[in-house]
Design a protein around this ligand. Structure first.
Ligand code: SAH
Length: 265
């Protein structure tokens, strides 16, 4: 990492890791090891990151999500510019990243390798990717683009999953199936904090509506989208739903009358 100018090391659930062997292997990069941040979950580790890139040997993956080359990832980083925090996520040596962990990354990268032996050793995979990023030159700032953080996106996905389950859109036995697809296409969308607020606002409104307030909506002088605009312009950090603190009791819905739209997957 140090050779290639990477500085921030985050470890998730590493167990007993700082031992004599680690000290010896680190050599002159020991301060990078000392400043490593330890987390108990991937969510915590990624919360402040704007762009999350998962690494995989792609051996076991069905080709659902586009897999980038290291060069393409280096180009992406240049596009996002200096003003964004970008995380490269590597899996444990033995098991790699799980499908769910990979689905939560906005972009995937695989180092091209012999199809019969595609899996690199973790440290080698880190070096190849770090080299590609380093050799593509310094990243300039990109004043126009400001992406949402991982934490903001994850809150949105959690709202989305809850509401889509509530309205019967997701299969409660396997919500992550469709959620992974939603994550995939929204991951390509470079969502800004405002985009995330709007999507969360739509979810809140759906939840509110299904809980039995359609009459109130019709009589209301301002439309939900207007309220959304007001609150987005009035408050920087508050969520859109804060004005509706009192939740009505849910309406009873005759589920047999509801026809779910079918999705081909
Ligand atoms: N047994 C695991 C191997 C994990 S290798 C498996 O079959 O998936 C450990 C980590 O090194 C991976 O999670 C990934 O982060 C990285 N890695 C290994 N080979 C890679 C490749 N070809 N491209 C990108 N990353 C790779």
């Amino acid at each position: 990492m140090k050779n290639m100018g990477l500085q921030h090391l985050k470890l998730v659930g590493p167990g007993e890791w700082f031992n004599e062997q680690c000290r010896r292997m680190a050599g002159k990069a020991i301060e990078l090891v000392h400043s490593a941040q330890i987390y108990s979950s991937l969510d915590e580790a990624l919360s402040g990151e704007n762009v999350v890139i998962g690494t995989t040997s792609a051996r076991k993956r069905k080709a659902k999500q586009r897999i980038h080359t290291p060069r393409e990832i280096a180009d992406l980083l240049r596009k996002y510019g200096k003003s964004h925090r970008v995380a490269l996520v590597f899996g444990p040596e033995r098991s790699g990243l799980t499908d769910l962990q990979l689905a939560r990354c906005q972009h995937l990268v695989s180092i091209p390798s012999n199809l019969e032996h595609p899996v690199l050793n973790l440290s080698q995979a880190v070096l190849v990717l770090a080299y590609e990023i380093f050799s593509s030159g310094p990243t300039k700032s990109n004043g126009n683009l400001q992406l949402a953080s991982d934490e903001e996106r994850e809150q949105m996905f959690s709202d989305m999953q809850r509401v889509l389950l509530e309205i019967g859109f997701l299969n409660p036995r396997n919500p992550s199936h469709i959620m992974s697809s939603i994550r995939r296409f929204l991951g390509r969308a470079d969502l800004t904090p405002r985009d995330v607020q709007i999507l969360r606002g739509i979810m809140t409104q759906m939840e509110w509506y299904t809980a039995g307030r359609p009459a109130e909506i019709q009589n209301s002088k301002s439309q939900p989208a207007d309220r959304l605009k007001l609150q987005i312009t009035n408050s920087k950090s508050q969520t859109i739903s804060e004005s509706k603190t009192q939740k009505p009791k849910p309406r009873s819905v005759n589920k047999s009358k509801i026809q779910n739209p079918k999705i081909k997957t």
